[in-house]
Design a protein around this ligand. Structure first.
Ligand code: SF4
Ligand code: SF4
Ligand code: FES
Length: 471
Protein backbone atom coordinates (compact mmCIF):
# COMPACT_ATOMS: atom_id res chain seq x y z
CA UNK A 1 0.00 0.00 0.00
CA UNK A 2 1.04 3.58 -0.64
CA UNK A 3 0.23 6.60 1.53
CA UNK A 4 -0.82 9.76 -0.31
CA UNK A 5 -2.42 13.04 0.73
CA UNK A 6 -5.53 13.83 -1.27
CA UNK A 7 -6.61 17.44 -0.72
CA UNK A 8 -4.84 17.22 2.66
CA UNK A 9 -6.50 13.94 3.67
CA UNK A 10 -4.16 11.03 4.26
CA UNK A 11 -5.26 7.84 2.50
CA UNK A 12 -3.75 4.43 1.80
CA UNK A 13 -4.12 3.10 -1.75
CA UNK A 14 -2.80 0.13 -3.73
CA UNK A 15 0.79 0.76 -4.85
CA UNK A 16 0.02 0.11 -8.54
CA UNK A 17 -2.94 2.45 -8.82
CA UNK A 18 -3.21 5.84 -10.48
CA UNK A 19 -4.10 9.16 -8.90
CA UNK A 20 -7.44 9.21 -10.79
CA UNK A 21 -8.43 5.74 -9.54
CA UNK A 22 -7.26 6.58 -6.00
CA UNK A 23 -9.35 9.77 -6.01
CA UNK A 24 -12.50 8.12 -7.41
CA UNK A 25 -12.21 5.18 -5.02
CA UNK A 26 -11.96 7.57 -2.09
CA UNK A 27 -14.97 9.70 -2.94
CA UNK A 28 -13.15 12.55 -4.70
CA UNK A 29 -14.43 13.19 -8.20
CA UNK A 30 -11.93 14.06 -10.90
CA UNK A 31 -13.47 14.69 -14.34
CA UNK A 32 -12.46 12.52 -17.29
CA UNK A 33 -13.39 12.06 -20.95
CA UNK A 34 -10.88 9.68 -22.48
CA UNK A 35 -10.27 7.48 -19.44
CA UNK A 36 -12.57 4.50 -18.98
CA UNK A 37 -12.22 1.87 -16.26
CA UNK A 38 -12.29 -1.02 -18.78
CA UNK A 39 -10.05 0.49 -21.49
CA UNK A 40 -6.34 1.27 -21.73
CA UNK A 41 -5.20 4.76 -20.71
CA UNK A 42 -4.90 7.18 -23.62
CA UNK A 43 -4.29 10.38 -21.68
CA UNK A 44 -5.32 12.68 -24.50
CA UNK A 45 -8.24 14.80 -23.28
CA UNK A 46 -6.33 16.52 -20.42
CA UNK A 47 -9.49 17.34 -18.43
CA UNK A 48 -8.34 15.18 -15.49
CA UNK A 49 -5.50 17.51 -14.52
CA UNK A 50 -4.58 17.73 -10.85
CA UNK A 51 -1.81 19.56 -8.99
CA UNK A 52 0.98 17.61 -7.33
CA UNK A 53 3.18 19.37 -4.81
CA UNK A 54 6.65 19.86 -6.25
CA UNK A 55 5.56 18.78 -9.76
CA UNK A 56 2.78 21.14 -10.80
CA UNK A 57 -0.13 20.17 -13.05
CA UNK A 58 -0.37 16.79 -14.71
CA UNK A 59 -3.04 14.32 -15.82
CA UNK A 60 -4.37 12.07 -13.05
CA UNK A 61 -5.45 9.17 -15.27
CA UNK A 62 -1.90 8.28 -16.25
CA UNK A 63 -0.05 9.30 -13.06
CA UNK A 64 0.97 6.49 -10.70
CA UNK A 65 0.76 7.19 -6.98
CA UNK A 66 4.01 7.48 -5.02
CA UNK A 67 4.73 7.42 -1.30
CA UNK A 68 3.93 10.71 0.44
CA UNK A 69 2.56 12.35 -2.74
CA UNK A 70 0.44 15.46 -2.06
CA UNK A 71 -2.37 15.90 -4.61
CA UNK A 72 -4.81 18.79 -4.96
CA UNK A 73 -7.82 18.12 -7.15
CA UNK A 74 -9.61 21.45 -6.81
CA UNK A 75 -7.00 24.21 -6.40
CA UNK A 76 -7.20 27.54 -8.24
CA UNK A 77 -4.62 26.26 -10.73
CA UNK A 78 -6.57 23.05 -11.34
CA UNK A 79 -9.81 24.95 -11.86
CA UNK A 80 -8.11 27.35 -14.28
CA UNK A 81 -6.62 24.42 -16.23
CA UNK A 82 -9.97 22.67 -16.49
CA UNK A 83 -11.65 25.85 -17.67
CA UNK A 84 -8.96 26.29 -20.32
CA UNK A 85 -9.36 22.67 -21.42
CA UNK A 86 -13.12 23.11 -21.72
CA UNK A 87 -12.58 26.23 -23.81
CA UNK A 88 -10.30 24.17 -26.03
CA UNK A 89 -12.62 21.18 -26.28
CA UNK A 90 -15.60 23.35 -27.17
CA UNK A 91 -13.65 25.47 -29.64
CA UNK A 92 -15.06 23.53 -32.57
CA UNK A 93 -17.81 21.61 -30.84
CA UNK A 94 -21.17 22.86 -32.17
CA UNK A 95 -22.84 22.83 -28.71
CA UNK A 96 -26.08 21.89 -30.48
CA UNK A 97 -27.37 20.28 -27.27
CA UNK A 98 -30.97 21.17 -28.07
CA UNK A 99 -31.12 18.61 -30.87
CA UNK A 100 -28.36 16.25 -29.70
CA UNK A 101 -29.40 12.73 -28.68
CA UNK A 102 -26.82 12.80 -25.86
CA UNK A 103 -28.39 15.88 -24.23
CA UNK A 104 -29.17 15.06 -20.62
CA UNK A 105 -26.44 12.43 -20.35
CA UNK A 106 -23.46 14.16 -21.98
CA UNK A 107 -20.28 14.70 -19.97
CA UNK A 108 -19.22 17.62 -22.18
CA UNK A 109 -22.46 19.38 -21.30
CA UNK A 110 -22.02 18.57 -17.59
CA UNK A 111 -18.37 19.68 -17.46
CA UNK A 112 -19.06 22.83 -19.44
CA UNK A 113 -21.58 23.75 -16.75
CA UNK A 114 -19.32 22.65 -13.87
CA UNK A 115 -15.90 23.90 -14.98
CA UNK A 116 -16.31 26.48 -17.73
CA UNK A 117 -19.64 28.20 -18.09
CA UNK A 118 -18.12 31.01 -20.18
CA UNK A 119 -18.77 31.85 -23.82
CA UNK A 120 -16.08 30.99 -26.36
CA UNK A 121 -13.10 33.33 -26.38
CA UNK A 122 -12.34 32.51 -30.00
CA UNK A 123 -13.19 35.00 -32.75
CA UNK A 124 -12.58 32.35 -35.42
CA UNK A 125 -15.52 30.46 -36.94
CA UNK A 126 -15.81 26.87 -35.79
CA UNK A 127 -14.24 24.22 -38.00
CA UNK A 128 -17.03 22.35 -39.78
CA UNK A 129 -16.90 18.60 -40.19
CA UNK A 130 -19.14 15.86 -41.56
CA UNK A 131 -22.54 15.51 -39.89
CA UNK A 132 -24.18 12.07 -39.76
CA UNK A 133 -21.43 10.20 -41.55
CA UNK A 134 -22.46 6.60 -42.24
CA UNK A 135 -20.21 4.23 -40.25
CA UNK A 136 -22.43 1.17 -40.56
CA UNK A 137 -25.97 -0.14 -40.53
CA UNK A 138 -26.43 0.76 -36.87
CA UNK A 139 -24.25 3.80 -36.22
CA UNK A 140 -23.70 7.31 -37.57
CA UNK A 141 -21.00 9.73 -36.49
CA UNK A 142 -21.37 13.49 -36.14
CA UNK A 143 -17.75 14.56 -36.50
CA UNK A 144 -18.40 18.12 -35.33
CA UNK A 145 -19.20 16.76 -31.89
CA UNK A 146 -16.29 14.32 -31.65
CA UNK A 147 -13.58 15.38 -29.17
CA UNK A 148 -11.21 12.63 -30.41
CA UNK A 149 -10.97 10.94 -27.02
CA UNK A 150 -10.41 7.60 -28.85
CA UNK A 151 -12.58 5.57 -26.49
CA UNK A 152 -14.52 4.11 -29.43
CA UNK A 153 -11.33 3.20 -31.27
CA UNK A 154 -9.81 1.53 -28.21
CA UNK A 155 -13.06 -0.38 -27.64
CA UNK A 156 -12.86 -2.00 -31.07
CA UNK A 157 -9.20 -2.88 -30.52
CA UNK A 158 -9.31 -4.03 -26.91
CA UNK A 159 -12.81 -5.31 -26.14
CA UNK A 160 -14.65 -6.39 -29.30
CA UNK A 161 -11.30 -6.91 -31.11
CA UNK A 162 -12.76 -6.14 -34.55
CA UNK A 163 -10.31 -3.22 -34.94
CA UNK A 164 -13.04 -1.66 -37.04
CA UNK A 165 -12.37 1.97 -36.07
CA UNK A 166 -9.35 4.24 -36.30
CA UNK A 167 -8.56 7.95 -36.46
CA UNK A 168 -7.45 9.59 -39.67
CA UNK A 169 -5.98 13.07 -39.96
CA UNK A 170 -4.46 15.28 -37.28
CA UNK A 171 -5.53 18.12 -35.01
CA UNK A 172 -8.85 19.73 -35.86
CA UNK A 173 -9.16 17.63 -39.04
CA UNK A 174 -9.07 14.32 -37.13
CA UNK A 175 -11.90 11.98 -38.06
CA UNK A 176 -12.99 8.67 -36.55
CA UNK A 177 -13.45 6.35 -39.51
CA UNK A 178 -13.67 2.68 -40.44
CA UNK A 179 -10.75 1.03 -42.09
CA UNK A 180 -10.96 1.81 -45.82
CA UNK A 181 -13.57 -0.26 -47.64
CA UNK A 182 -15.01 -1.59 -44.42
CA UNK A 183 -18.18 -0.87 -42.44
CA UNK A 184 -18.62 -0.83 -38.69
CA UNK A 185 -20.33 -4.21 -38.53
CA UNK A 186 -18.95 -5.31 -35.16
CA UNK A 187 -21.53 -7.39 -33.19
CA UNK A 188 -20.77 -5.25 -30.13
CA UNK A 189 -20.75 -1.96 -32.05
CA UNK A 190 -23.50 -0.21 -30.10
CA UNK A 191 -21.40 -0.11 -26.93
CA UNK A 192 -19.49 2.80 -28.43
CA UNK A 193 -22.68 4.88 -28.32
CA UNK A 194 -22.68 4.61 -24.53
CA UNK A 195 -18.89 4.98 -24.37
CA UNK A 196 -18.78 8.19 -26.40
CA UNK A 197 -18.68 10.98 -23.82
CA UNK A 198 -20.37 13.35 -26.27
CA UNK A 199 -23.13 12.96 -28.84
CA UNK A 200 -20.84 12.05 -31.72
CA UNK A 201 -21.76 8.37 -32.09
CA UNK A 202 -25.45 8.00 -32.78
CA UNK A 203 -27.73 5.00 -32.83
CA UNK A 204 -29.79 4.89 -36.00
CA UNK A 205 -32.62 3.14 -34.14
CA UNK A 206 -32.75 5.64 -31.24
CA UNK A 207 -31.90 8.85 -33.15
CA UNK A 208 -34.52 11.54 -32.42
CA UNK A 209 -36.82 8.93 -30.90
CA UNK A 210 -36.99 10.41 -27.40
CA UNK A 211 -35.50 12.95 -25.02
CA UNK A 212 -33.89 10.96 -22.22
CA UNK A 213 -35.54 12.99 -19.47
CA UNK A 214 -38.91 11.67 -20.62
CA UNK A 215 -37.68 8.09 -20.21
CA UNK A 216 -37.04 5.82 -17.26
CA UNK A 217 -34.92 2.68 -17.09
CA UNK A 218 -36.09 -0.61 -15.61
CA UNK A 219 -33.38 -3.07 -14.51
CA UNK A 220 -33.69 -6.30 -16.44
CA UNK A 221 -31.90 -9.31 -17.89
CA UNK A 222 -31.35 -9.90 -21.60
CA UNK A 223 -33.03 -13.17 -22.64
CA UNK A 224 -31.15 -13.28 -25.96
CA UNK A 225 -28.77 -16.01 -24.82
CA UNK A 226 -27.70 -17.97 -21.77
CA UNK A 227 -25.22 -15.25 -20.73
CA UNK A 228 -28.15 -13.27 -19.30
CA UNK A 229 -26.51 -9.85 -19.48
CA UNK A 230 -27.70 -7.24 -17.03
CA UNK A 231 -29.49 -4.49 -18.92
CA UNK A 232 -31.63 -1.42 -18.54
CA UNK A 233 -34.83 -1.29 -20.56
CA UNK A 234 -35.73 2.34 -21.27
CA UNK A 235 -39.33 3.38 -21.83
CA UNK A 236 -41.55 6.44 -21.38
CA UNK A 237 -42.00 7.57 -17.80
CA UNK A 238 -45.54 6.84 -16.65
CA UNK A 239 -46.21 10.56 -16.08
CA UNK A 240 -45.04 11.30 -19.63
CA UNK A 241 -47.25 8.82 -21.45
CA UNK A 242 -48.87 10.68 -24.28
CA UNK A 243 -52.49 10.63 -25.36
CA UNK A 244 -51.56 8.84 -28.55
CA UNK A 245 -54.09 7.58 -31.04
CA UNK A 246 -52.49 4.18 -30.56
CA UNK A 247 -51.96 3.87 -26.77
CA UNK A 248 -49.75 0.79 -27.23
CA UNK A 249 -47.04 3.21 -28.38
CA UNK A 250 -46.77 4.36 -24.74
CA UNK A 251 -45.63 0.85 -23.88
CA UNK A 252 -42.76 0.54 -26.33
CA UNK A 253 -39.12 -0.14 -25.56
CA UNK A 254 -37.25 3.05 -26.45
CA UNK A 255 -33.76 1.59 -26.10
CA UNK A 256 -31.73 -0.99 -24.19
CA UNK A 257 -28.39 -0.23 -22.50
CA UNK A 258 -26.05 -2.35 -20.35
CA UNK A 259 -26.19 -2.42 -16.57
CA UNK A 260 -22.65 -2.94 -15.30
CA UNK A 261 -22.54 -6.39 -13.70
CA UNK A 262 -18.91 -7.45 -13.18
CA UNK A 263 -19.84 -11.12 -12.62
CA UNK A 264 -21.90 -11.44 -15.82
CA UNK A 265 -21.25 -8.92 -18.59
CA UNK A 266 -19.25 -6.01 -17.19
CA UNK A 267 -20.39 -2.76 -18.79
CA UNK A 268 -21.02 -4.29 -22.25
CA UNK A 269 -23.80 -6.12 -24.14
CA UNK A 270 -24.00 -7.41 -27.71
CA UNK A 271 -26.19 -5.81 -30.35
CA UNK A 272 -28.86 -8.50 -30.04
CA UNK A 273 -29.46 -7.26 -26.52
CA UNK A 274 -30.05 -3.75 -27.92
CA UNK A 275 -32.70 -5.15 -30.25
CA UNK A 276 -35.01 -6.71 -27.66
CA UNK A 277 -37.93 -4.72 -29.02
CA UNK A 278 -37.76 -7.00 -32.08
CA UNK A 279 -38.31 -9.99 -29.80
CA UNK A 280 -40.84 -8.56 -27.34
CA UNK A 281 -42.86 -6.33 -29.65
CA UNK A 282 -44.03 -9.00 -32.07
CA UNK A 283 -47.83 -9.20 -32.62
CA UNK A 284 -49.25 -10.45 -29.35
CA UNK A 285 -51.78 -13.19 -28.68
CA UNK A 286 -54.20 -11.78 -26.12
CA UNK A 287 -57.27 -13.96 -26.61
CA UNK A 288 -57.93 -17.28 -24.86
CA UNK A 289 -59.30 -19.90 -27.29
CA UNK A 290 -60.72 -23.42 -27.46
CA UNK A 291 -59.70 -24.87 -30.84
CA UNK A 292 -59.60 -21.37 -32.29
CA UNK A 293 -62.91 -20.27 -30.77
CA UNK A 294 -62.45 -17.15 -28.59
CA UNK A 295 -63.60 -17.71 -25.01
CA UNK A 296 -63.20 -15.88 -21.70
CA UNK A 297 -59.93 -16.72 -19.93
CA UNK A 298 -61.78 -18.41 -17.04
CA UNK A 299 -63.50 -20.81 -19.45
CA UNK A 300 -60.18 -21.73 -21.09
CA UNK A 301 -58.60 -22.33 -17.68
CA UNK A 302 -61.40 -24.61 -16.61
CA UNK A 303 -61.19 -26.59 -19.88
CA UNK A 304 -57.40 -26.93 -19.45
CA UNK A 305 -57.99 -28.22 -15.96
CA UNK A 306 -60.58 -30.71 -17.17
CA UNK A 307 -58.21 -32.03 -19.85
CA UNK A 308 -55.34 -32.39 -17.35
CA UNK A 309 -57.56 -34.18 -14.84
CA UNK A 310 -59.00 -36.49 -17.50
CA UNK A 311 -55.76 -37.49 -19.22
CA UNK A 312 -53.97 -40.74 -18.46
CA UNK A 313 -50.45 -40.01 -19.73
CA UNK A 314 -49.35 -36.38 -19.82
CA UNK A 315 -46.19 -34.71 -21.14
CA UNK A 316 -45.23 -31.09 -20.41
CA UNK A 317 -42.71 -29.14 -22.47
CA UNK A 318 -41.60 -26.32 -20.17
CA UNK A 319 -40.13 -23.07 -21.41
CA UNK A 320 -36.47 -22.20 -21.04
CA UNK A 321 -37.70 -18.58 -21.19
CA UNK A 322 -39.75 -19.14 -18.02
CA UNK A 323 -38.44 -17.36 -14.94
CA UNK A 324 -37.13 -19.23 -11.90
CA UNK A 325 -40.38 -18.38 -10.08
CA UNK A 326 -42.60 -19.61 -12.92
CA UNK A 327 -40.65 -22.85 -13.22
CA UNK A 328 -41.00 -23.37 -9.47
CA UNK A 329 -44.74 -22.74 -9.76
CA UNK A 330 -44.97 -25.41 -12.45
CA UNK A 331 -43.02 -27.83 -10.23
CA UNK A 332 -45.26 -27.09 -7.23
CA UNK A 333 -48.63 -27.34 -8.99
CA UNK A 334 -48.29 -29.61 -12.01
CA UNK A 335 -44.97 -31.42 -12.36
CA UNK A 336 -45.99 -34.50 -10.36
CA UNK A 337 -48.67 -35.32 -12.92
CA UNK A 338 -46.52 -34.85 -16.02
CA UNK A 339 -43.53 -36.34 -17.74
CA UNK A 340 -41.63 -33.01 -17.84
CA UNK A 341 -39.12 -32.09 -20.56
CA UNK A 342 -37.23 -28.80 -20.91
CA UNK A 343 -37.63 -27.28 -24.36
CA UNK A 344 -35.41 -24.64 -26.04
CA UNK A 345 -37.76 -21.85 -27.08
CA UNK A 346 -35.21 -20.21 -29.38
CA UNK A 347 -32.34 -21.60 -31.49
CA UNK A 348 -29.69 -19.61 -33.41
CA UNK A 349 -31.17 -17.86 -36.42
CA UNK A 350 -29.51 -17.74 -39.87
CA UNK A 351 -26.80 -15.09 -39.80
CA UNK A 352 -26.77 -14.86 -36.02
CA UNK A 353 -23.44 -15.25 -34.22
CA UNK A 354 -23.73 -18.59 -32.47
CA UNK A 355 -21.02 -18.17 -29.85
CA UNK A 356 -17.84 -16.18 -29.18
CA UNK A 357 -15.30 -15.81 -26.39
CA UNK A 358 -16.60 -12.39 -25.33
CA UNK A 359 -20.24 -12.62 -24.19
CA UNK A 360 -22.41 -14.45 -26.71
CA UNK A 361 -23.54 -17.97 -25.79
CA UNK A 362 -24.75 -20.69 -28.19
CA UNK A 363 -27.85 -21.41 -26.08
CA UNK A 364 -30.31 -18.67 -27.12
CA UNK A 365 -32.49 -19.09 -24.04
CA UNK A 366 -32.04 -17.27 -20.73
CA UNK A 367 -33.01 -19.97 -18.27
CA UNK A 368 -32.09 -23.41 -19.56
CA UNK A 369 -29.93 -23.92 -16.49
CA UNK A 370 -32.73 -22.96 -14.08
CA UNK A 371 -35.20 -25.23 -15.88
CA UNK A 372 -32.81 -28.19 -16.02
CA UNK A 373 -32.01 -27.80 -12.32
CA UNK A 374 -35.68 -28.55 -11.62
CA UNK A 375 -36.62 -30.94 -14.42
CA UNK A 376 -33.44 -32.60 -15.71
CA UNK A 377 -31.91 -32.73 -19.17
CA UNK A 378 -33.96 -35.26 -21.11
CA UNK A 379 -34.62 -34.33 -24.75
CA UNK A 380 -38.14 -33.63 -25.99
CA UNK A 381 -39.84 -37.02 -26.54
CA UNK A 382 -43.18 -38.66 -25.77
CA UNK A 383 -43.91 -41.86 -23.89
CA UNK A 384 -46.14 -44.32 -25.80
CA UNK A 385 -49.77 -43.62 -24.99
CA UNK A 386 -49.31 -39.91 -24.30
CA UNK A 387 -52.79 -38.37 -24.55
CA UNK A 388 -52.12 -34.80 -23.38
CA UNK A 389 -49.29 -32.41 -24.25
CA UNK A 390 -48.88 -29.12 -22.41
CA UNK A 391 -46.66 -26.73 -24.36
CA UNK A 392 -45.35 -23.64 -22.60
CA UNK A 393 -43.77 -21.06 -24.90
CA UNK A 394 -42.25 -21.27 -28.37
CA UNK A 395 -39.92 -23.46 -30.38
CA UNK A 396 -41.89 -26.71 -30.62
CA UNK A 397 -42.61 -28.56 -33.86
CA UNK A 398 -46.31 -29.53 -33.53
CA UNK A 399 -46.01 -32.30 -36.10
CA UNK A 400 -44.40 -34.25 -33.23
CA UNK A 401 -47.57 -34.28 -31.11
CA UNK A 402 -48.60 -37.97 -30.71
CA UNK A 403 -51.69 -38.91 -32.73
CA UNK A 404 -54.89 -38.27 -30.82
CA UNK A 405 -53.23 -36.32 -27.98
CA UNK A 406 -54.88 -33.12 -26.77
CA UNK A 407 -52.81 -29.91 -26.67
CA UNK A 408 -52.87 -27.18 -24.03
CA UNK A 409 -50.73 -24.28 -25.20
CA UNK A 410 -49.50 -21.28 -23.20
CA UNK A 411 -48.10 -18.59 -25.51
CA UNK A 412 -47.56 -14.86 -25.89
CA UNK A 413 -47.36 -14.23 -29.63
CA UNK A 414 -49.66 -14.75 -32.60
CA UNK A 415 -48.89 -18.12 -34.24
CA UNK A 416 -50.90 -20.59 -36.37
CA UNK A 417 -50.70 -23.30 -33.71
CA UNK A 418 -52.57 -21.12 -31.19
CA UNK A 419 -55.82 -21.69 -33.04
CA UNK A 420 -55.18 -25.41 -33.52
CA UNK A 421 -54.59 -26.09 -29.80
CA UNK A 422 -57.45 -27.63 -27.79
CA UNK A 423 -56.86 -24.86 -25.26
CA UNK A 424 -54.85 -21.69 -25.87
CA UNK A 425 -53.95 -19.50 -22.88
CA UNK A 426 -52.32 -16.05 -23.49
CA UNK A 427 -49.45 -15.33 -21.10
CA UNK A 428 -47.38 -12.29 -20.14
CA UNK A 429 -43.86 -11.65 -21.44
CA UNK A 430 -40.77 -10.72 -19.46
CA UNK A 431 -41.34 -6.96 -19.70
CA UNK A 432 -44.72 -7.43 -17.99
CA UNK A 433 -43.60 -9.32 -14.88
CA UNK A 434 -40.91 -9.53 -12.19
CA UNK A 435 -38.69 -12.57 -11.89
CA UNK A 436 -35.19 -13.99 -12.25
CA UNK A 437 -33.22 -16.17 -14.65
CA UNK A 438 -30.27 -18.42 -13.85
CA UNK A 439 -27.59 -17.99 -16.50
CA UNK A 440 -25.25 -20.61 -17.96
CA UNK A 441 -22.76 -20.03 -15.12
CA UNK A 442 -25.43 -20.59 -12.49
CA UNK A 443 -25.73 -16.88 -11.62
CA UNK A 444 -29.31 -15.78 -10.90
CA UNK A 445 -30.28 -12.21 -11.72
CA UNK A 446 -33.60 -10.43 -11.24
CA UNK A 447 -35.63 -8.46 -13.75
CA UNK A 448 -38.54 -6.11 -13.13
CA UNK A 449 -41.75 -5.36 -14.98
CA UNK A 450 -41.66 -2.36 -17.33
CA UNK A 451 -45.30 -2.40 -18.43
CA UNK A 452 -48.63 -3.72 -17.11
CA UNK A 453 -49.93 -6.86 -18.90
CA UNK A 454 -53.15 -6.57 -20.92
CA UNK A 455 -56.39 -7.38 -19.10
CA UNK A 456 -56.94 -10.63 -20.98
CA UNK A 457 -53.41 -11.88 -20.41
CA UNK A 458 -52.37 -14.06 -17.44
CA UNK A 459 -49.05 -14.74 -15.75
CA UNK A 460 -47.95 -18.34 -16.40
CA UNK A 461 -47.31 -18.93 -12.67
CA UNK A 462 -50.94 -18.03 -11.86
CA UNK A 463 -52.21 -20.34 -14.61
CA UNK A 464 -50.21 -23.27 -13.25
CA UNK A 465 -51.79 -22.77 -9.84
CA UNK A 466 -55.25 -22.45 -11.38
CA UNK A 467 -54.92 -25.52 -13.62
CA UNK A 468 -53.12 -27.74 -11.15
CA UNK A 469 -54.66 -26.70 -7.85
CA UNK A 470 -56.73 -29.34 -6.09
CA UNK A 471 -60.50 -28.77 -6.37
S1 SF4 B 1 -16.61 9.49 -31.54
FE1 SF4 B 1 -16.92 9.79 -29.34
S2 SF4 B 1 -15.84 8.07 -28.39
FE2 SF4 B 1 -15.09 8.22 -30.48
S3 SF4 B 1 -13.28 9.53 -30.36
FE3 SF4 B 1 -15.01 10.88 -30.83
S4 SF4 B 1 -15.72 11.60 -28.84
FE4 SF4 B 1 -14.43 9.83 -28.46
S1 SF4 C 1 -24.56 -11.70 -24.98
FE1 SF4 C 1 -26.53 -12.79 -24.87
S2 SF4 C 1 -27.49 -12.08 -22.99
FE2 SF4 C 1 -25.80 -10.64 -23.47
S3 SF4 C 1 -26.79 -8.99 -24.63
FE3 SF4 C 1 -26.06 -10.50 -26.12
S4 SF4 C 1 -27.81 -11.85 -26.47
FE4 SF4 C 1 -28.23 -10.71 -24.62
S1 FES D 1 -9.09 11.46 -18.62
FE1 FES D 1 -7.00 11.88 -18.26
S2 FES D 1 -6.32 12.73 -20.08
FE2 FES D 1 -8.38 12.17 -20.52
Amino acid sequence: MTRIFLNGREIEVAADTTVLRAALDNGVYVPYFCWHPRLSVAGNCRICMVEVEGKGLDIACNMPVSEGMKVLTDSDEVRAARKAMMQFLTLNHPVDCGICDKAGECTLQDYHFAYNGAPSISAEPKVRATKFHDLGDRILIDNERCIVCSRCVRFTHEVSRSKALGIQGRGDTSLVRCEEGRRFDDPYSDNVIDLCPVGALLSRSFLYKARVWFLEATPSVCPGCARGCAIRIWHLRADRRLQRLDPRRNLEIARVTPLDDPAVNGPWICNKGRDLAAIFERPRADQAMLRGRPVPLAEAISEARRLVDGAKRRTALVSSWGSDGELAAFRDHLAARFDVRVKPDHVPQPGEIVEDDILIRADKNPNTRGARALFGERPVAFEPGTDLVLVWGEGFDYSRVPAGAKVVLLGSYLAPENGAADVFLPISVQTERDGSYTNSDGIARRFEACFPPGETIAHAADLFAAIGGRP
